[in-house]
Design a binder for this molecule. Sequence first.
Ligand code: GLN
Length: 189
Amino acid sequence: MVVKIGLLGLQGDYAKHSKVLSRLGLLSVLVRYPQQLSNVQGLIIPGGESTTMTKLIKATGIRQPLLEFADQFPILGTCAGLIMMGNQQGDKRVDNLSILNVQVERNAYGRQIESFTDNLVVNYGNREEIIPATFIRAPQITATGPEVEVLAQYRHQPVAVRQGRHIGLTFHPELDDVTLFHQMAFCSR
Ligand code: GLN
């Protein structure tokens, strides 16, 4: 079976994800409208700006279809994508989807200039892998529910989490050609 993954292409940095997916032998296609979700078996909500994404999710009517999709198929959210997948937080301009039971604080490391790359240790199953991780005006995960598995921490805070079939990351694996999380989300089912 050929698996096709949707890239929520409303706004933000989605193009590089298709390169990562093709390295894993997965096809990808942009998703902008609700009906396009019926052609894909997984979805990436990319980085970008969660306030802008909120407006576009509302304008396209894709919110409820996204929630129904999440009941059946895996979603990988990176940075702003993770913010969208988390629980409602302090900023009322963001209408979070609550797909992951995590509390997320936007822009928690400061402004653009505080963006950085560092190494992370990822733990999954009984395996461990060291990967580079680029954080760009990144959020912080400030609390996780009991059903949330922490895959990696940075400075004692979770930065990669998994809940059931879904994965959320505060950083951008696609910028460092890291395939691990795309593989975990879309290849190991
Ligand atoms: N700061 C952005 C937001 O709050 C996220 C940044 C990113 O996705 N790289 O939505």
